[in-house]
Design a protein. Sequence first.
Length: 215
Amino acid sequence: MIQARLKLGQDAVPKEKPAAPTIAEYYKTFKRVYVDTGLRESTANNYANSFRLYILPKLAGLRIDETERQHVEELIADMTAKGLAKDTIRLAIGVLSVMFTHAKDNKLVHENPASRMGRYYRQANKVHEEIEPLTNEEVPVFLRAAMELCPQHFCLFLCAIHTGLRSGEIAGLHWGILTSKANSSSSGDLSARTAKSVQRRLIPSDGSMSQTICW
């Protein structure tokens, strides 16, 4: 057997195949070659948070080729037991599935154990943060404090209060065309776009905000 292998130009003793990386080890590669280079910053941050907060604490030491669906089911059960929102679980399992798809493309695994797992968290809570908006009396107090303590962010806070834009929309904010009404008061519409969408929507703005921001 050994002579036959030598005649074929092969090693006398077959080399052992290197052990597959753990999930924690492969995540470093996945992050470097895919997350950091192929995704938008906001999406990349979501991936990083899901791995740091939920996936790695539970699955970090498992070899990627030995991870089975039951491990992912247990991860989902733990997240559900902690009262995490359904969307949080969906996002975490989704990014784990993307990593396994990447590993499958690189022939490190044969199957994706994190795919089609939606039925396991179907009954998870839909958690929404309770919004407590500023009262009419609190708004001027807040804006005065913003002007004194962080004037470079005053216009951002003013815009948020007057328009009700989400943080993602504020991040994608830019000015549209400023128009003048018949009464000569300045008025402008804000064209807002979220980080996840290419669609824009116009946000009405009053004259005072337009004048303040333009100033």
